[in-house]
Design a protein around this ligand. Structure first.
Ligand code: HEM
Length: 158
């Protein structure tokens, strides 16, 4: 039961994180692209600030529940007298999940900080540069996230 709850929490956190990236990348960004920078950049800065606060929590929940599930299975196997070896799909998910968290750290604590500073200074040229860089990294994290979901659900590489 606890395992199922951890798995549910894990998947809900992923829904917030990956679903939010899909929304930002494919729906919000193209819709605001037509706005002039003095309107577009403060709007995106405000939206992304709220989204990144949720991603900070979602990524912590993803990591904690993922490691907790691995720990529970390992403990059960060892207590049953067996030796635990991670399924390849779990190893791949963990490695790519940690990579996603590191990329998110760069997005939130480097690029978003620079975007906020540019918006505060009404420096629209620099703000647009930072937002473009941020968009590329969000796109990369979204692609990795989709791969991880396929790895998890299809139990790849076997
Ligand atoms: C951060 C490190 C992560 C760890 C340690 C981890 C670990 C795990 C574990 C142990 C399970 C249970 C699998 C099972 O019972 O077969 C699981 C399920 C799952 N994980 Fe992760 N995970 C991590 C990150 C991610 C990320 C970043 C994503 C997606 C972007 C993801 C997507 C999923 C999905 C969709 C499931 C449900 C699979 C199913 O029930 O069919 N995980 N994860």
């Amino acid at each position: 039961m606890l395992y199922a709850l951890l798995n549910a929490l894990h998947v809900l956190a992923i829904v917030v994180w990956v679903g939010g990236m899909v929304f930002a990348h494919f729906f919000l960004r193209p819709a605001v692209a037509a706005l002039p920078p003095p309107q577009r950049l403060p709007l995106m800065q405000a939206v992304l600030g709220r989204f990144f606060a949720a991603v900070l929590a979602a990524s912590a929940v993803t990591l904690a529940t993922g490691l907790w599930m691995i720990g529970r299975v390992a403990k059960q196997v060892v207590q049953g007298g067996g030796s635990f070896s991670m399924p390849p799909s779990w190893t791949l998910m963990t490695a790519l999940g940690v990579l996603m968290i590191l990329i998110f750290g760069h997005i939130r604590f480097v690029l978003y900080k620079r975007l906020s500073a540019a918006v505060a200074a009404s420096d629209w040229t620099r703000g647009a540069e930072q937002l473009a860089a941020l968009r590329r990294w969000v796109g990369a994290n979204l692609a990795i996230g989709v791969v991880v979901i396929l790895v998890a659900v299809l139990k790849l590489p076997g």
